[in-house]
Write a protein that binds this ligand. Structure first.
Ligand code: ADP
Ligand code: ZN
Length: 731
């Protein structure tokens, strides 16, 4: 990093652009000069593109040929700490710096001049003629003191048409003026009182407040069963952070959770925070980005990419449900938002809070190693307690192949309906049936482009490939043998489960919560609210329901297939099943009434199932940690996944083999290479997929070795190579 922070007009600066060029470009500083970190517009060929001044230019060419920066944007320059952070993430994930800058500027219209909007407020004049509508408008303006309104806001508040307001402008009764569209967010007041905390909550809150007040980097794992008040506790850390005048970021794994959370923040601090995720409008995105940079947003709640917002004084990052898999970005820049949150915090002396009922083994191990502090909330808040857990042994139930709810589970549901309480039946599979088979020839309907079976979605009346999204109508005849009327569903999805449940409980009100059944985040939120308010007897849900929703009247959880996640070869299969089952079970009994969780399983003696039922968490983690240590896999070893894909299998395999033959740079750092082998899903969207896997000691400089290694082989344009450091998924 250059020591110089200001470049006078005409000096050479290195500008990193968002364009796919893997180096910075030299430009002359414009009239008035520019700072390091300044966001600028620069000419690139015939275009003007967005860039950021990364340091001093390198020169070494004819200076008279250098072009000038066209324009310095009127936004806060990127801070040094952010530039260092982006570079570090780039190096860690082996991502080009330009791609990092794209992540850090994902708001529309940053190059446009600040956009304006017309607002209206009270002027000095009196209306020439008083009408009822005009009086109402003046009433609203008086009621709100000197506040400005947009035309629509004022018209709505007064219950008049916009023309009434427009008519008052020429008379001087109302002022019309232009103001910037991107306005600051409402002030959050950290001094407002929070809920009265229980002893354990209070102790945890004090510890977190202390960490935040220290204004130095630290990470705390806040572990507590669902409903123990983790959110209440970390909101105290937010309060401390805001009181210090620093900004707070709360990451949530699921957009559907934000509505409930926004309400809680508003109750606690008197205003809503800024929101950053794929569900907010482009205009709002730009407002968040600019206000975070200009100090007009004290708190942001968001999805993982909120880590790259231009915070000026970030004091706290909360990663809620830190174990959640969705924190790993699985396309574009492959990064773990949980890990990058910790990295980000080290650069700005911030506190990190990782909250979870079922922490990741990574975080658990970091506590054991003394890197993170751990705070525990042992019991649920108030009268709520963790549900009783029992296994239902399906071997003794003799269910026919078309039924998925055992009699024992059905009896438990009937009992809840009688009591006016809710039941949740959990099945982590979208659609009607995962497999459609021809009873005449045995053919299973597969995707034309992927190595995957198509899933029947009866609700959509189509077959859907869950890999590539391709859909086709359900055929009448078997595509292989052409016999009609013999296609049959095999296995359950939530839609099929719903069919069985409606048949068995004809008078019950049933709701299905599956991400594909809602057109919008808003519709999903509405459905969740309806359930929370008690308007449902039986909820049927995929893992969507496992994530933090609060259903106070829900007292029974039935897991349809507890064995589902234990199949397959994923190194985290046991961990994920354990987490998911505990999360789902945690949906039951969140208020006064005690809950029960019943797990249908064919292998009640499986160690993971037994650990879940026994609730012996520490025992489970210790056993799991010991196994991973033995195997030298994360978090006790390092891994990197390589995926090669292309339209021609032989060509992709050749490159895989060429890489395997030149593994020298990997061996030099003591890393082992496995593969190439066809990926578990060997074809997606018509592209063949080959995997290689690298395993190394935790301290091995794996990134350097991997770049040297892949740099040896030239890739044809049709073949794509993707590097996944610390892979979470192995498909
Ligand atoms: P978690 O984040 O651990 O799941 P929450 O913070 O969401 O737990 O708390 C669960 C429920 O209990 C929420 O409705 C919350 O408002 C309530 N609650 C928790 N602690 C308190 C408290 N000290 N006083 C009043 N209500 C509380
Ligand atoms: Zn497909």
């Amino acid at each position: 990093m250059s020591q110089t922070h200001f470049f006078p007009e005409g000096t050479l600066v290195a500008v990193l652009t968002c364009e796919p060029i893997d180096r910075s470009l030299d430009y002359k500083a414009p009239a008035g000069g520019c700072e390091v970190g300044a966001f600028v517009e620069v000419p690139l060929g015939p275009r003007k593109v967005l860039g950021c001044v990364w340091g001093a230019g390198k020169g070494g060419f004819d200076l008279s040929k250098a072009r000038s920066v066209s324009n310095v944007l009127d936004v806060a320059p990127m801070r040094d700490e952010m530039r260092l952070f982006l570079e570090k993430v780039a190096d860690y994930t082996l991502t080009p710096r330009a791609a990092m800058l794209r992540l850090a500027t994902r708001a529309p219209g940053l190059m446009n001049p600040p956009s304006m909007q017309k607002v209206y407020r009270r002027g000095a004049g009196r209306p020439t003629r008083e009408t009822e509508a005009r009086t109402r408008v003046l009433g609203v303006l008086e009621e709100y003191g000197g506040l400005s309104f947009t035309l629509k806001e004022l018209a709505d508040a007064a219950g008049v048409t916009p023309s009434v307001i427009k008519g008052l402008v020429p008379q001087g009764v109302i002022f019309e003026e232009d103001t910037p569209r991107d306005l600051p967010y409402g002030r959050l007041d950290p001094a407002q009182a929070g809920k009265e905390l229980s002893g354990a909550q209070d102790a945890a809150a004090r510890a977190l407040r202390g960490a935040v007040a220290a204004q130095a980097y630290s990470t705390t794992l806040l572990k507590g069963v669902t409903g123990s008040g983790k959110t209440e506790v970390y909101l105290e850390a937010v309060a401390e952070c805001l009181a210090q005048g620093r900004q707070a970021l709360v990451l949530l794994p699921e957009i559907a959770l934000t509505a409930e959370f926004l309400t809680r923040v508003e109750e606690r601090f008197g205003a809503k925070p800024a929101e950053w995720h794929s569900g907010v409008t482009m205009t709002e995105r730009r407002r968040v980005w600019k206000m975070v940079g200009a100090g007009g947003a004290q708190m942001v709640i968001g999805a993982r990419s909120a880590l790259y917002l231009p915070f000026q004084n970030l004091g706290l990052i909360v990663v809620d449900e830190e174990h959640d898999q969705s924190y790993k970005q699985e396309d574009g820049v492959l990064y773990s938002a949980r890990d990058m949150a910790v990295l980000r915090a080290t650069f700005c002396s911030a506190t990190v809070v990782l909250a979870s009922a079922t922490p990741s083994l990574e975080s658990w191990a970091n506590v054991e190693a003394g890197k993170y502090t751990r705070l525990d909330l042992e019991s649920r808040f108030g009268p709520a307690v963790m549900p009783d857990m029992h296994a239902l042994d399906l071997r003794s139930e003799k269910l026919p192949a078309t039924r998925f709810v055992s009699d024992a589970l059905a009896r438990a549901v009937t009992k809840r309906i009688g009591l006016g309480e809710q039941s949740l039946l959990f099945l982590n599979r979208r659609g009607y049936a995962p497999v459609t088979i021809c009873r005449a020839c045995g053919h299973q309907i597969a995707c034309d482009h992927c190595d995957a079976r198509m899933v029947e979605h009866r609700f959509l009346k189509r077959l859907v490939c869950h890999q590539c999204g391709e859909t086709k109508p359900m055929p009448e005849a078997c595509p292989s043998c052409q016999v009609e009327g013999r296609l049959a569903p095999v296995g359950p999805g939530v839609e099929r489960l719903a069919e069985e449940v409606t048949e068995r409980f004809p008078d019950a009100k049933v709701s299905v919560l599956s991400s594909d059944l809602f057109g919008s985040a808003r519709a999903l939120k509405a459905a969740i609210r309806d359930i929370a308010e008690g308007d449902t007897d039986i909820v049927i849900g995929t893992q969507l329901v496992a994530k933090g929703h609060n259903f106070p009247n829900l007292t029974l959880v039935g897991v349809i297939d507890a064995d589902l996640g234990l199949q397959g070869s994923d190194l985290r299969a046991a961990e994920r099943t354990f987490q998911l089952m505990r999360q789902v079970a945690g949906r039951a009994g969140r208020s006064e009434k005690k809950g029960v969780a019943l797990l249908q399983t064919y292998q009640p003696e499986h160690p993971v199932i037994r650990a879940i039922i026994a609730g012996d968490e520490e025992g489970f983690w210790r056993a799991e940690a010991a196994e991973r240590k033995m195997a030298g896999v994360p978090p006790y070893g390092r891994m990197a996944g390589i995926i090669l894909s292309g339209p021609d299998l032989a060509q992709v395999m050749d490159i895989g083999n060429a890489l395997a033959r030149r593994a020298g740079p990997l061996h030099q750092v003591g890393a082992q290479l496995f593969g190439p082998a066809p990926a578990p899903i060997a074809r997606v969207r018509g592209r063949h997929r080959i995997r290689l896997l690298i395993k190394a000691e935790k301290t091995a400089p794996i990134q350097r070795a991997v770049s040297a290694w892949v740099g040896q082989v030239k890739l044809p344009g049709s073949v794509r190579l993707q590097i996944d450091i610390d892979p979470q998924s192995f498909w």
